[in-house]
Design a protein around this ligand. Sequence first.
Ligand SMILES: Cc1ncc(COP(=O)(O)O)c(C=O)c1O
Length: 687
Amino acid sequence: MSNQQRVIAVIQARMSSSRLPGKSMKDVGGIPMLGRLINQVRGAHSLDGFIIATSTGPEDDEIENYCNFNDLLVVRGSRDNVLSRYVLAAEVTDADVIVRLTGDCPLHSPDTIDEVVNAYLGAGVDYACNTNPYTRPDGQDVEVFSRQVLRQALENAEFESDREHVTPWIRRSSELRRLDFFHAPPHLRSARWSVDHPDDLEFVRSVWSVLDHGGPGPFDFEEIMSAVKESNAPQGKSIINEGFYLSLLNEATAEAAAPLDLDESFRWLERSDQVIPGGAQTYSKSWRHHIRGVTPIFLRSGKGAMVKDVDGNEYVDLIQGLLPNILGYADDDVNEAAAKQAQSGHSFSLAHPIEVELAERLCRIIPCADMVRFGKNGSDATAGAVRIARAYTGREHVAVCGYHGWQDWFIGTTSRNAGVPKGVQELAHTFPYGDAQALDALLSSRKDQFAAVIMEPVNFNWPEASYLESIKQIAHKHGALLIFDEICSGFHFGLGGAQKIFGVTPDLATFGKAMGNGWPISCVVGRRDVMKVFEDAFMSFTFAGDVSAMAASMKVLDILESGDAYARMTAAGTKLFDGAKVMADRLGLGERFQIKGHPHWSTFSFVDENGKDDAAARALWLQELTRRGVLVLTTFNISSALDENTVTKVLSGFAHAFKRVALAQEQGISPAEWVDGPLPIPAFRAR
Ligand SMILES: Cc1ncc(COP(=O)(O)O)c(C=O)c1O
């Protein structure tokens, strides 16, 4: 039972719902939705009781009447301050531990509730939930917290959304000990079983019509899963947490954010202008790609999801060094591993055993890897891969798709081709992503001349596995090797890269970016007979065997293999992706704001009414976001260091920024008029 603590489920329920009026009492096979949930909750052994918490609004009389008629404990309180209703419910029931359930989840299961409550009691934490990330369908949500924490939440709630959604303050608080509970696989994180829209209700009715054949219940999760499969009903499509995103939007104003003090940034820029052409060592880190006078130019420090600029302004960083910091800045464990190695030397005169250990490990993780050579940058790896492909095939031409680095053979295909000899440019040819026939035509146009097809297997477009398979067949039909450039996809979409996700194994592949969580390391991996060419072909540079970065990489792999980093990235990335969409849609910007990609790495843009890129709207949005403490370039680069606090800060920044753009549109003002600096120079496009 409950460890001497009195554990009470508080079920919030209401009739008013703009999307589904009368929601809680909607009929589900002759029983109101709320009654279905209560019947399920009765099966939870970890509970000492439950109470329904509804509002004092007259529309909720029906809920009270239903509870009274069925001898159910009910309490009524504020309609909008649901948090205060919970405090009331906790007092009425004298609960020590509160289990938060919502009346719109008639397919909840008692074993799900028990698992989370028992985990909470066992871990001795202040708060536990099974929604960060979802490992069971939406509609199986459980949050558990103490009465003491609930009181603290009421006292400290800052926003309306804290009161309406009960737990945002608790989830943001860094002082409280929390447990993110994961149910055992299979993980059904995208399934939706809660009821918000008429479609959701139809789905739930179909499932219950199957369950009702199995007796009076309660039914456990497995039984519900089988009924879902048997009913074969389409699940609702609405977005999880939509109400929370809309609350943040409600709280936001369309007022311009105050400009940041960037004096120090400009002082450094003046000095930099004298000694550093382009102002940064990496193209996309230059101030030219941001709004001058609005965005900081120099950063001083970073920890986790946050960075501080030279003026002391702090930001949630959604650039994360252009993807390397998959665990966030300055991860303690990774840095400790690298520092420990550095203390016993790191740029050695001969090879070091850790090179072998890391190579062996990568060969276990990456499907195409029989052998490995290391580099420092992604460009080292792609250059090496293309060189051995040329040496292996005795051919010179390459087909390229995506971005592959700064070396002549690739950058010569872009508009930044200054300084690349014509003869080199003539050897590389681009092909469009997603069009296998175009590649076939390209390779046919120079029969037996292509050494390799090098491509990003996935970036912001999610391919069919059949597309990647046909690319492989086409490359091989023409005698070319297939190289997957997984510098970005490699560790961001999971260990093993896109080749593992899609089950298509290339001849060679390149990895980099997140391999060392910011410690510079990359690699080319591949088929033994091709990799052996490195014994003759030249890939060599002084720091390729720097073992501190290798020690960092070993630790990154430890963390990614055994921890919940990917799950946390999915939770954070999904919230930003969904939150942005919900807010843009609600403000009528749904057609103007576009976002695509994977929750861990997505890209966004603004377009005008003719579907053309709207750089001014984008700049205004970014200006407002930056000034509210969120640093973004063109993509959302998600790290596992993003927590509820930083995610909420970003979402709240989105809300203000969207409102500002919407206001400009409403008033017929060109967004450029509200941008306090020249529009950034767009980067050349390779994707
Ligand atoms: C897909 C891809 N390949 C190669 C590279 C080149 O990597 P680096 O800049 O580390 O040389 C990049 C860099 O952004 C990349 O995104």
